[in-house]
Every structure is written in C-alpha cells, then in structure tokens.
Ligand binder design. Structure first.
Ligand SMILES: [Zn+2]
Length: 125
C-alpha cells in the first residue's frame, strides 16, 4: 500500500477573506479580532461566536511557542522529497496551525513567515 494523500489547507471562503489571502502573498500573517468581545481568530473569521460581525484585521506576532506537532511520515503526492511537520503554535491569544521547519519540541520558539500561500514556522530553539 502506498498510502493516502494528505493535504493541509486552510478552509477559508474567499469572499470577505481577501485580506488574509493577499496578506499571505505579501508575507503578512493576519487574523481577525471581534471589536465587541475581543475574541481573536486564526484562521480568520468575519463573524464572531458572540454574534457580532464588527471585526477588525490585525497582524499576528511573528514569535510563537510550539504547543504540539506531528511529523508526517506517509508523505502525500508531491511532498515525497522533504520532511513535513505540522504544528500548533501559540502566539498571544491564538493557537495557529502551520508547517514547522527544523527540529521542534513542545515549548520550542518559532519565528513565523509565509511562503505566499501558507504559514511556516522556523524552529529557533
Ligand atoms: Zn465577539
């Protein structure tokens, strides 16, 4: 058995989220914050769980801490040639999913960047 393809993608509708996709292309990582209750979302949402749609965009801090991660050994088609680690990184009030580069452990510091289409965390220590 060769294994099954596995994809990591952001499930974000295009309409209302152009700021997110345009930000990634420019190297920015943006999230949304509810102006009523302060909840923050990544992936961004344009409607808060409190019922408000009064949201603002903000740029996510670049330094985070690894909460958990998983190394994928059964690599999907197109990703056979490099190591592939997906992690959850805490940045302030957010826990965001990203690809990790390096040798992470729980508690590792990472610096976040984008490659134009996704968020990547470079493990610092
Ligand atoms: Zn809210």
């Amino acid at each position: 058995m060769e294994g099954l393809p596995l994809y990591m993608k952001y499930q974000i509708p295009i309409e209302g989220y152009e700021r997110f996709w345009e930000g990634l292309k420019k190297g920015e990582i943006v999230a949304t914050r509810c102006k009523r209750c302060g909840n923050e979302y990544f992936p961004p949402r344009v409607n808060c769980t409190c019922g408000s749609s009064d949201m603002e965009w903000f740029e996510v801090k670049r330094e985070g801490i690894v909460q958990t991660f998983s190394e994928v050994f059964s690599k999907p088609q197109g990703f056979e040639d490099f190591s592939y680690i997906v992690g959850i990184v805490n940045v302030g009030n957010l826990n965001l999913m990203c690809w990790l580069v390096g040798k992470p452990r729980v508690g590792s510091r990472v610096m976040l960047r984008t490659d134009g289409t996704r968020v990547i965390g470079d493990v610092v220590d």
